[in-house]
Design a protein around this ligand. Structure first.
Ligand SMILES: [Zn+2]
Length: 375
């Protein structure tokens, strides 16, 4: 036992609710993890992120190893102290971002060498180095180092990549060792091929992990293909461990994933949208840039209890966005993260009370109504 445990409290259809217990606090599932890429959730104070209801943040190994460096963060007391976030942190392995962001990548059996997109310096990431970096950061939930192709990709490429990732998963487990109070999650690969997904799931089950991620989705395949994969992929993973869908997504993606048995998700969408004038509400997406809001004294969402909706008008949010004021990104990010956490809380309650289908119907009905009519 690692000191990180998962208790499944209720199921409704395939949807599950439970709690992951860590030494830094409980994570209520289904959980949405805001992304704190460079040791900050952009435009948010950490106490504000906690106030939205987030139990856990995600940190990016690739960004932090390049700047300010994992050894430096360790010398400064670890990532929690460095960024003033006392609750749990999950770190990704760096594998996905190396492949999407770094320059001059070279992939071998051993790992990946690349040049930093920040300053061109040369680096190497291997399963062993990824485990070391995540240990230096002090991450509570550590992810295996893996590799995944963007979709569409041909079957041979997906198969080869998945088998490499499974060898890296075994090396990650060996390098992680025995670390009480910290969890290591394996990552299922295999693209949209059911037999490759099962081969990957079996390889991971044989190694044994504290939790299992579904990787290689939300990489360009579209919602329909992603849901088709989620119709079978989560059930290949152990029922008594958390299941984490990486990099998802829009509110309706999240709902569809939870409905299919996913327990954890992360995405930059609510924070990134907040900085580009996009708000996510129970009635769908609102573009605050739009001229229709310029004279509108009403809140973004009259039912929302976040500071942006409680204390400001659409006209103000429109004005500060147009004027390029920093408070624009601050308020919209807060609203979006608050909305996402309300969404998760709503699903957790609905699953616990056995009314997930009714909740889902209500979700879609509210969105179908669309935004409030212009004045
Ligand atoms: Zn709000």
């Amino acid at each position: 036992m690692t000191g990180v445990t998962f208790e499944l409290k209720a199921t409704d259809g395939r949807a599950r609710t439970g709690v992951i217990r860590t030494t830094r606090g409980d994570i209520r599932t289904p959980a949405f993890m805001p992304v704190g890429t460079a040791a900050t959730v952009k435009a948010m104070m950490p106490e504000s992120v906690a106030a939205t209801g987030a139990d856990i943040l995600l940190g990016n190994t690739y960004h932090l190893m390049l700047r300010p460096g994992a050894e430096r963060i360790a010398r400064l007391g670890g990532l929690h102290r460095f960024m003033n976030w006392e609750k749990p942190i999950l770190t990704d392995s760096g594998g996905f971002q190396v492949m999407s962001l770094a320059d001059l990548r070279k992939l071998t059996e051993k790992g990946v060498t690349f040049r930093s997109h920040v300053d061109g310096s040369k680096h190497e990431l291997t399963p062993e180095r990824s485990m070391e970096i995540q240990r230096l950061l002090g991450s509570d939930i550590v992810m295996c180092f893996d590799e995944c192709p963007a979709l569409p990709a041909d079957r041979a490429r997906i198969e080869e990549s998945m088998r490499l990732s499974m060898r890296w998963a075994a090396r990650s487990k060996a390098a992680f060792g025995d670390r009480p109070g910290h969890a290591l999650f394996g990552i299922q690969q295999g693209g949209l091929e059911p037999d490759l997904r099962e081969e990957s799931a079996k390889a991971l089950r044989d190694i044994g992990f504290d939790g299992y991620a579904i990787g290689g989705l939300a990489v360009g395949e579209g919602q329909e293909a992603m849901f088709a994969c989620l119709d079978y992929a989560p059930d290949m993973l152990p029922n008594d461990k958390p299941r984490y869908l990486m990099g998802v997504g829009k509110p309706d993606d999240i709902l569809g994933a939870v409905k299919r048995g996913v327990d954890m998700m992360d995405c930059v969408l609510p924070s990134r949208s907040g900085r580009t004038g996009q708000a996510w509400t129970r009635r769908g997406q609102v573009n605050i840039k739009n001229a229709r809001h310029a004279d509108d004294p009403r809140p973004l969402d009259a039912e929302c209890t976040c500071p942006a909706c409680r204390n400001y008008s659409r006209a103000y949010l429109h004005h500060v966005f147009r004027a390029g004021e920093m408070i624009s990104g601050m308020l919209l990010t807060w609203h979006n993260l608050h909305y996402y956490q309300e969404l998760m809380a709503g699903m957790r309650a609905a699953i616990a009370e056995g009314r997930f289908d009714a909740w889902e119907g209500e979700f879609h009905a509210q969105r179908a109504e669309g935004d409030i009519a212009p004045l």
